[in-house]
Every structure is written in structure tokens, then in C-alpha cells.
Ligand binder design. Structure first.
Ligand SMILES: [Cu+2]
Length: 119
């Protein structure tokens, strides 16, 4: 192998590394991960809560039914954290900063009628 080819290969590797690093940096800059409490009971709650966040701007939404902790990865340029809380509250679940309205709470399945945060 001559040095010309070797130099070219090295250039390609360096360029690729640079591009990947830039992409990774951009990604970690735009996406934000936050954790907060969402009141709920069971596996059905988990499904409801997580699927309410199948919306634009949210990459990942995970709720732990034992700890009640919600972990959300989202793009704050597309959706605000406040809107995420509102979205969860809109389907009947209280979050640590938003309270669901009573009618959406009463629409929940019997086993999902969790102990509300203010009671
Ligand atoms: Cu439930």
C-alpha cells in the first residue's frame, strides 16, 4: 500500500469521526431528558400514560409503575415540558405540576382510579 492511499484512508476516517461527533453533539443539545412523578396504578395506566406521549417532539416516554417516575426525552424546540405535563393530565392522570380534570379522571378504568395527589 502506498502512502497516498494510506493518507486518503486516514482522511476518510477522520472526516467520518468528525461528522459523527458533530451529529452526536447536535443531538444531545436539542434533546432533553426529564423525570417527574405521574400518579397512576397499573400496567393499563402505564400504557395510557406512555401512549399519550406518542406525539411530535417526544422521542422516549417511560413510566415506572412502582416508583411512579416518568422519564421523557423530548425536543424543547418542538414541545415544552409544560405541554407534556398537560398532555398526561388531559387523559386523567395527575402529574407533580398538573392536575387532571375530574371528568377525565372518572373516565378511567376502575383499576386505574389511582389515589389522587390532593386526597
Ligand atoms: Cu391503571
Amino acid at each position: 500500500m502506498n502512502t497516498h492511499v494510506l493518507k486518503l484512508k486516514l482522511r476518510v476516517v477522520l472526516l467520518t469521526t468528525f461528522v459523527l461527533l458533530t451529529m452526536f453533539k447536535a443531538d444531545s443539545k436539542t434533546n432533553k431528558t426529564d423525570t417527574f412523578k405521574v400518579y397512576g396504578n397499573c400496567g393499563m395506566c402505564k400504557k395510557n400514560i406512555e401512549s399519550s406521549l406518542h406525539i411530535k417532539g417526544v422521542q422516549k416516554a417511560h413510566w415506572n409503575k412502582d416508583t411512579k417516575i416518568m422519564t421523557v426525552t423530548f425536543n424543547p424546540k418542538i414541545i415544552s415540558l409544560e405541554d407534556i405535563h398537560k398532555k398526561i393530565a388531559s387523559i386523567g392522570y395527575d402529574t407533580e405540576i398538573e392536575t387532571a380534570n375530574d371528568s377525565s379522571y372518572y373516565k378511567l378504568h376502575g383499576c386505574c382510579k389511582y389515589q389522587r395527589k390532593n386526597n
